[in-house]
Design a binder for this molecule. Sequence first.
Ligand SMILES: Nc1ncnc2c1ncn2[C@@H]1O[C@H](COP(=O)(O)OP(=O)(O)OP(=O)(O)O)[C@@H](O)[C@H]1O
Ligand SMILES: [Mg+2]
Length: 377
Amino acid sequence: MTRLVDAIGGWRLGTRLFVAQAIVLLAIVASAGLTAALIGPPLFHAHLIDTNYPPDSPQIFHIERAYADASLISLTVGLLVALAASLGISWYLTRRIGRPVELLTQAAARLSRGDYDARVTVQGGGPELSTLGDTFNTMADRLNDVEATRRRLLADLAHEMRTPIATLNAHLEGVADGVLAWDDNTRAIVEQQVERLTRLARDLEEVSRAEEGRVELQTSLQPLTDLVEPVIRQTRNAYDRKGVTLTAAVDDLPVRADPQRFAQILGNLLNNALRHTPQGGRVDVTSTTTPDTVVISVTDTGQGMSEEQLAHIFERFYRGDSARESDRGGSGIGLTIAKALAEAHGGSLTATSAGEGQGSTLRLTLPRGLHQPGPGR
Ligand SMILES: Nc1ncnc2c1ncn2[C@@H]1O[C@H](COP(=O)(O)OP(=O)(O)OP(=O)(O)O)[C@@H](O)[C@H]1O
Ligand SMILES: [Mg+2]
């Protein structure tokens, strides 16, 4: 049997259930006893008198004694049986409810100590406790994910910062020791690394803001072509330099969007497509429109992506090929920001690829926002 009083003070569930039932029982017995004592004897006496026994006869005395004894015995036995039954019920309920509650308490305590693997299996406690157990497990899963993301983020961040900082250190020390001359070349390298750190800080700030929904969108209704064309103009040079064909053919329909943020999303997709498409390849920007949404697709004939890559490209710091990409300065945040910005517009960003070497398509879906003032925050 469980202890009556819990270690941290206060009565245990079983004790409380038993005491509550005992109080109810005592109240029933008290009221039944009182009724039997006040109403029963005069009524019984009146009926006996009706049987023509003389009121002071010994028979009447004995019969009334028998009545009183029988009432007392039946009430006492009834009370004892009911107490035993309530003790049994309390014990049973405590086992059914108390055990899952105890398991949940232990798991919550483990979780509060930072053990994110704590889970519970709640059985036999009824649907409410089962749901509580499931909810607890979902919460623990989430916390586990958040903790994993936090650790990875810090590790990735440290990793991202290490290379530029080491390069800066080496060059500045070289200059200080007179091994390196402070010429245009050294200055360019130092500036490049400072720029890389600055961009990292800006991207991180941007991605946090976008993911937490703190982006200020300044949306307005304008033709899709007006949104797309400036971005194409800006990136065309880089495409020409690499020898990749860039085409854009989008519907000339009104869409509500923040032009700067739109340019950021599309610019990012075009830069990625260019980076991953070899000379001689092509990148096409097209659109499909429904009454409520517009889908802008950026399709390239480049190196494509594996299933594994597709599953991760929207995660912070994910780079399909870390070694090669890091040489080119990408930090793997571009698509994370682009997706968060698309979602801030009430839209989405998805990617498909038939596999490595088969090209990729990135699809930006935006609500056209014709009838509302826009999702701007
Ligand atoms: N068009 C594409 N073709 C093939 N792979 C792509 C394409 N676009 C993105 N990827 C893959 O997705 C990864 C993540 O892209 P993302 O834009 O987030 O980061 P990045 O381009 O590496 O760096 P950043 O954009 O921060 O400079 C890339 O490293 C690349 O492996
Ligand atoms: Mg990118």
